[in-house]
Design a protein around this ligand. Structure first.
Ligand code: COA
Length: 326
């Protein structure tokens, strides 16, 4: 049976660190509030020289290096993002140019914080059709350009960064076991960026109304995230006749430590099986899962044969889970 295997991982974070203490000087908040309510201590912020495609390219180079695959061998590049450099071209085309991946098709995929899971599932389907395909899947975000730095409800939560994987096909039991993707557009207003699209194109009025920024009903999003992530995690396990006890490492979207802890408790996962790096980077949307996967991989937290679960939830709403036999 052809399975999609992850043969390389990489991540890249901007150098600039914005701490909770820095935020105390910008909005009416405190390190204590941010830490206890979200688990975040600091986040990274891109400079003008570090747009989405730059972060994505740096993460991709590390993943290609680990995979021992040259950019020229790539068949496809998928950049999962809601903050591309420009509306056109895609960030993926800029990454293709930066890497010199001349043979690769390239496109962006937009599914907010679940973007990487949607991208991985897309790559998985291409590879099941062609075992020799080599695909780069990247989650990359510069959310700092969509955050209202005067709004304490949202500014403390988000950050910038990128994570990448290289996937290809192999015969055997290792690889992606299944992907489970979901969406519910009916609740889109609870988390959205109203301005900059064709409904509210860029204009002085749009900027004056702050429509270019993330708008969020945090408490509602919190409850939905816990429920949807738990349900999709259980769905993935049931589809493979597995139980939560079989998971060796659970890598959830890093949006709030209380969301992560609630799901871990519901699935009865011990702390050491749950990967957490939210304290360092905050919520980097589509980048949280591949950044965490790369850090876990490089820290030696993942061994061959381990069962890895990826689980995410984001604007749209979108959510899902992927199970991987490493
Ligand atoms: N510093 C200090 N106080 C803050 C604050 C901040 N940065 N942000 C909000 N507050 C205040 C609120 O104004 C509110 O005050 P009030 O009761 O006087 O109105 C109070 O803190 C409690 O707000 P509430 O929204 O109930 O807090 P919460 O416990 O739900 O935590 C979030 C807020 C945003 C951290 C939490 O709801 C969350 O993480 N939601 C999910 C967000 C998310 O994951 N989004 C992305 C999904 S991919």
């Amino acid at each position: 049976m052809v399975r999609t295997v992850i043969v390389g991982t990489g991540c890249h974070l901007p150098a600039r660190v914005l701490t909770n203490q820095d935020l105390e000087k910008m909005v009416d908040t405190s390190d204590e509030w941010i830490t206890t309510r979200s688990g975040i201590k600091e986040r990274r912020i891109s400079s003008k020289d570090e747009p989405c495609s730059f972060l994505a390219t740096q993460a991709a180079k590390k993943a290609l290096d680990m995979a021992g695959i040259k950019a020229a061998e790539l068949d496809m590049i998928i950049v999962c993002t809601l903050t591309p450099d420009m509306l056109m071209p895609t960030a993926a085309c800029l990454v293709q140019k930066n890497l010199g991946a001349e043979r690769a098709a390239a496109f962006d995929l937009s599914a907010a914080c679940s973007g990487f899971l949607y991208g991985l599932a897309t790559a998985d389907n291409f590879i099941r059709n062609n075992i020799n395909f080599k695909i780069l899947v990247i989650g990359a975000e510069v959310l700092s350009c969509r955050v209202n730095w005067k709004d304490r409800n949202t500014s403390v939560l988000f950050g910038d960064g990128a994570g990448a994987v290289v996937v290809t096909g192999r015969n055997g039991r290792r690889g992606i076991l299944s992907n489970h993707l979901h969406a519910d557009g009916a609740l889109w207003k609870l988390l959205h960026i109203p301005g900059g699209g064709c409904v509210s194109p860029p204009s002085r009025q749009m900027l004056d109304d702050n429509l270019q920024y993330i708008h969020m009903q945090g408490r509602d999003v919190f409850k939905l995230a816990v429920r949807a992530m738990e349900e999709s995690a259980r769905e993935a396990l049931e589809a493979n006749n597995l139980s939560p006890q079989d998971i060796d490492l659970y890598i959830p979207h890093q949006a709030n430590i209380r969301i992560i802890n609630s799901i871990a408790e519901r699935l009865q996962l011990p702390r050491e099986k749950v990967y957490v790096n939210i304290h360092k980077y905050g919520n980097t949307s589509a980048a949280t899962v591949p950044i965490a996967l790369d850090e876990a991989n490089r820290e030696g937290r993942i061994r061959e044969g381990d069962l890895i679960m990826l689980n995410a939830f984001g604007g749209g709403f979108t959510w899902g889970a992927s199970l991987i036999r490493w």
